[in-house]
Design a protein around this ligand. Structure first.
Ligand SMILES: [Zn+2]
Length: 448
C-alpha cells in the first residue's frame, strides 16, 4: 500500500507537473479526511437542507467505494436518500468495449445486491456514456440512467481568461454537452430505459474550472438555471459532489428557497421518484369524442396526480384554475369542452407509428387523420420521413416539434410533465467518488 502510494505520487508528479500536483493534493486533503467524518458531515448537510423542503437527494457511488463504506451509505439511505450506481470502479465507460461495460455493470449490481442497498439508476463517471452503455443498462434491467449533460447558458464566456475558458470548454467536450431546450430538459424513454437529463455546469466546473466559490455567486448561477428550467417546464438535475457539500450548503439553501418562491410549485424530488413518475405518466391516455358541433367529451385515463392542461378552451360547468397564463389546470378527469376544433393533434397515415409514441410520451394526444380532415385538429403532423435517423438530427427535430406544439395558439389539451400541478422538477444529485483520502488514491489504482 505504501509502495503503491509512492508510485502513484511519482506517477502523478510526472504526468501533471509538481505545481499542479501540490495544488491538487492540497485540495484533496482539504476536502477529504483519513476517516469518514468529513464526508459524513457533508452528506448530512445536503440531506438536512433537502429535509427542510420535504425531499431527499440522490447520490451515485462506485460499487468498490460502497463496499468500503457500506454502513455510512446505509445510514443516509435510511434517511431517505436514494443511492444509485456510479460504476464498479470510477472509470470512463468510453474506454471500454460493450462486453467490458456489461461485465463491470453486472459486478457493480451484484455488490449493491450483496450489501442490500436498493438502486434504480446509473450515472457514469465523467458522464461518459455510449450507445453500448444504454444497451447494457437495458439488458441488466436498470430503471434509468442520468448522463445526458444539458448545458445551461449561464456563464459569460467573454469574461473568462483564455486559460479558464479553454479548461471550461474541455469539460464541455468531456461531458458530451447537449443544448438546452424544452425537449432536452424532459426525461425520455429509450426503449424500456428511462433517460433523465442532468445539468452542467456542475459544481466541479463552477468551483475548480471557473474558480467561482462565493456562495452567493454560485447560488445566483444555480437560480438562473432553475428559472430557465422552470420556464421550459423541465427537470433540473443539479449535480454536486459531496466533498463540496459544506462549501455548497449556503448556495443549495438559497436555490431551494428560490425554487419554492416561484409562482407555480416546483417538485423537489429524487431521480428515482422522477423515473417512477415518468413511467406512471406514460400510461396516461386522453380520449376525445365529438358530441355534437362544438362540443367534445373528454375522458382522461390517468392517476389522480396527473396534471391536465387546457388552453383556449371553455370547459362546461367547471371553473378551472389558471396555471401559467396560457394554460388552465383542469382538476377533473371527465368533462366537456366547447370548441369547433378537436383539441388534439392530427397525424397523417404515412407518418411512422413511433412519431405517435413520441407525441404520447410528451403528453400530447393525437389521432390518425387524412389530409382532408387536417383543419379539424389543433395541428396536423405529416412527417413521412419520421424524426430523422442520426441522433443529433433526431434531437433537433424532436426539439423543434415540441417547441411548435408548446407554442400552439389554438384549443389544445395535454398532460403536463409533472404531477400535482407542478411547473418543473428539481433533483439534487451528486457523485460520491471517494469518501476518504485513501479512496481518492485507491481510485487511481483501481482504474489502471
Ligand atoms: Zn464521479
Amino acid at each position: 500500500m505504501d509502495g503503491s502510494f509512492m508510485n502513484l505520487v511519482s506517477f502523478s508528479i510526472k504526468t501533471k507537473g509538481i505545481h499542479n500536483f501540490v495544488r491538487r493534493l492540497w485540495t484533496v486533503f482539504a476536502r477529504f479526511g483519513f476517516s469518514e467524518a468529513r464526508i459524513h458531515q457533508a452528506l448530512d448537510a445536503i440531506v438536512s437542507s433537502l429535509q427542510c423542503h420535504g425531499s431527499a437527494p440522490t447520490f451515485f457511488i462506485p460499487a468498490v467505494v460502497l463496499n468500503r463504506h457500506t454502513e455510512l451509505i446505509a445510514e443516509i439511505a435510511r434517511l431517505g436518500t436514494e443511492i444509485g450506481i456510479h460504476g464498479y470502479v470510477h472509470n470512463d465507460y468510453r474506454t471500454l468495449s460493450e462486453s467490458q461495460q456489461y461485465k463491470q455493470t453486472e459486478q457493480a449490481i451484484s455488490i449493491f445486491r450483496q450489501l442490500q442497498i436498493p438502486f434504480l439508476g446509473f450515472r457514469n463517471p465523467y458522464l461518459g456514456w455510449t450507445n453500448a452503455s444504454l444497451n447494457v443498462f437495458t439488458k441488466l434491467g436498470l430503471t434509468y440512467e442520468s448522463n445526458e449533460a444539458v448545458l445551461h447558458d449561464v456563464i459569460d464566456l467573454e469574461s473568462l481568461t483564455p486559460l479558464i475558458k479553454s479548461g471550461y470548454e474541455k469539460s464541455l467536450a468531456l461531458f458530451q454537452a447537449i443544448p438546452c431546450n424544452t425537449y432536452t430538459v424532459r426525461p425520455h424513454f429509450e426503449g424500456t430505459l428511462l433517460r433523465l437529463p442532468t445539468s452542467i455546469p456542475d459544481d466541479e466546473m463552477i468551483f475548480d474550472r471557473l474558480r467561482i466559490t462565493n456562495p452567493e455567486k454560485v447560488a445566483s448561477i444555480w437560480s438562473k438555471v432553475m428559472l430557465h428550467v422552470y420556464e421550459l417546464g423541465g427537470l433540473y438535475a443539479l449535480n454536486l459532489h459531496p466533498e463540496r457539500g459544506i462549501l455548497c450548503k449556503g448556495a443549495l439553501d438559497i436555490l431551494l428557497s428560490y425554487a419554492r418562491s416561484l409562482p407555480l410549485p416546483v417538485w423537489v424530488a429524487r431521480l428515482g421518484d422522477i423515473a417512477q413518475w415518468w413511467k406512471e405518466r406514460s400510461q396516461f391516455r386522453l380520449n376525445i369524442n365529438s358530441l355534437d358541433s362544438n362540443r367534445w367529451q373528454v375522458e382522461a385515463i390517468c392517476t389522480p396526480r396527473a396534471t391536465l392542461l387546457a388552453r383556449h378552451l371553455v370547459v362546461e360547468n367547471l371553473s378551472a384554475s389558471s396555471w401559467d397564463g396560457i394554460d388552465m389546470h383542469i382538476q377533473t378527469h371527465s368533462f366537456i369542452v366547447n370548441t369547433a376544433q378537436c383539441p388534439c393533434l392530427g397525424v397523417s397515415s404515412r407518418t411512422p407509428e413511433y412519431v405517435i409514441d413520441f407525441l404520447h410520451e410528451q403528453g400530447y394526444p393525437s389521432v390518425r387523420c387524412s389530409q382532408a380532415q387536417a383543419q379539424i385538429y389543433a395541428l396536423y403532423i405529416d412527417l413521412p420521413d419520421g424524426l430523422g435517423t442520426i441522433s443529433g438530427e433526431r434531437m433537433q427535430r424532436k426539439s423543434a416539434l415540441v417547441d411548435q406544439i408548446e407554442q400552439l395558439e389554438v384549443p389544445f389539451l395535454r398532460f403536463g410533465c409533472w404531477p400535482d400541478g407542478n411547473r418543473a422538477a428539481l433533483a439534487i444529485s451528486g457523485d460520491i467518488d471517494s469518501v476518504t483520502i485513501q479512496d481518492f488514491f485507491l481510485r487511481i489504482l483501481e482504474v489502471r
